[in-house]
Design a protein around this ligand. Structure first.
Ligand code: MN
Length: 373
């Protein structure tokens, strides 16, 4: 249909300030860089998608700068003149000219879905088969700071009623110091709130098998990705040794990865991020493999602004297997509201918007304010 023909694609990088610096094992960020991709159709509809990584290329090699080049130079020529309702064929043609670069592809894939759903005047989750739920619980992420700092932040968050569980980043300190730090946090919080940890692939099998059992004893309820993404056999060995679930994140990008993890019995929970997988359809593919294997999915985050958060929310709410909650807290960590009307977080978690497309609208004034020159 000619109304749905793509006649313009624009990209914008914004640096969104954070309420506090966010620390990972090897990186720290004070502002979150985000790439927005705007796909405009002949009918005057604009769809938007977000390309984002947690602070920089340390996580998977991509950054907003690499995404912008890949999108503008290689993907835009594939898009122009095509209909936003021909997504499978467009994605096939994109994969013919761009291998990997799943974060960049996500920005485009989500923008296409947003534009198509807006043309049809339906919420994006309708394109994904409809809603299985209308809200998701939201875990708050705590950084690698000392225990007293982390506990104070956690107690403050519990008072808001918005979060009932916390994920602590590990891997920035020596293993024995790091374990002692988490034990001190768990002593104050276990039983009051769910405590989970994310090693971000910093340890090896022996370090994990030596130290992680102490965390289980301390009341930690889940361990995320202790070993490098490629090391599926170690992930499986750690899963087998621990009495608590191990979640796969860096090991899981594609439905094929999901199948490999299931076959190896490597993870009890899958961290699914629309950002790292190439978008909504690949995330759905992972969730279908997970459902068939009886593995729950968790709607994880690359610390998206409200656009990427809304995309992941539509995925999570339309995927029955995504029933282990979420960490879609990105907008809450940001010091500026990027939307005309904010996403709704309350004691039930984050609520699925019901307007057309993503159901949220970027505020042009905020784009101008944070746009990188
Ligand atoms: Mn992770």
């Amino acid at each position: 249909m000619s109304e749905m023909r793509i006649d313009r694609v624009e990209t914008v990088i914004v640096d969104i300030p954070l309420r506090r610096p966010h620390r990972f094992a090897r990186a720290r960020m004070d502002a979150q860089p985000v790439l927005y991709v705007f796909v405009r159709t002949a009918g005057g509809i604009t769809g938007v998608g977000e390309g984002v990584v947690p602070g920089g290329p340390w996580w998977a090699g991509e950054s907003v700068e690499t995404m912008q080049v890949i999108v503008e130079r290689y993907i835009v020529p594939v898009l122009l003149g095509r209909g936003v309702d021909e997504i499978p064929r467009i994605l096939r043609d994109i994969s013919d000219v761009v291998a990997a670069n799943l974060f960049a592809k996500t920005a485009v894939e989500v923008a296409l879905h947003d534009a198509w759903a807006r043309h049809l005047e339906v919420p994006l989750h309708t394109l994904l088969g409809g809603a299985a739920r209308t809200s998701v619980a939201v875990t708050w992420a705590l950084g690698t700071e000392p225990a007293p700092v982390v506990v104070e932040e956690a107690l403050g968050k519990l008072d808001t009623g918005l979060h009932r569980s916390f994920k602590l980043k590990m891997g920035a300190h020596e293993p024995t110091d790091d374990i002692a730090r988490i034990e001190a946090v768990a002593e104050k919080l276990a039983g009051v709130a769910g405590i989970r940890v994310d090693l971000n692939a910093r340890w090896d099998r022996l370090t994990s098998l030596t130290h992680l059992p102490r965390l289980a004893e301390a009341g930690v309820e889940m361990v995320e990705q202790p070993v490098p993404g490629h090391d599926i056999s170690s992930l499986a060995a750690i899963s087998a040794a621990l009495p608590i679930p191990v979640m796969a994140d860096e090991s899981l990008h594609t439905p094929a990865d999901a199948l490999r993890l299931v076959t190896a019995g490597a993870a009890a929970i899958f961290a699914v991020k629309t950002t790292k997988s190439g978008g909504l359809r690949a995330s759905r593919g992972i969730a279908e493999v997970a459902a068939a294997a009886g593995v729950p999915c968790y709607a994880a985050t690359s610390i998206e602004s409200p656009i990427g958060t809304a995309a992941s929310l539509h995925f999570a709410c339309s995927s029955p297997a995504a029933d282990w909650g979420s960490e879609l807290f990105g907008p809450l960590l940001m010091a500026a509201e990027m939307l005309v009307a904010p996403l709704v977080y309350d004691t039930d978690g984050l609520h699925l918007p019901d307007g057309p497309g993503l159901g949220v609208e970027l505020d042009p004034a905020r784009i101008r304010e944070f746009r990188r020159d």
